[in-house]
Ligand binder design. Sequence first.
Ligand SMILES: [Zn+2]
Length: 114
Amino acid sequence: MKMTQKQIYEQERKKIADLNALFMELRTSEDPITDEELRQNVKKNPSLWGRFKNFLPENSHLLGKMNCPVCESNKLKLDEDFPDTMRNCLDCGSEWVIDSDNSFFDITYNSREK
Ligand SMILES: [Zn+2]
């Protein structure tokens, strides 16, 4: 059965929420993940860790800002159905989900992956 847009969206939200919770746990545990470890993880596995790179001190100025995660364009628009939590790229047409502070994303439509 093909999932509806709404179901895909809910599934992505759930994934992001789980990942964010895990990350916050890593940051606040007794032996928290260091900036250097985070940096390495982003390098090794950008699709999983890339969303957390804004937490690195050298990227903190990016918190709250966002470029297209696929083509890096800054020409974005709010999604018509989910303006609070989804963004569309005007250059490449990709779509992704953001968190309330704009710092996390998951790509829900990648125009460069067919
Ligand atoms: Zn784009």
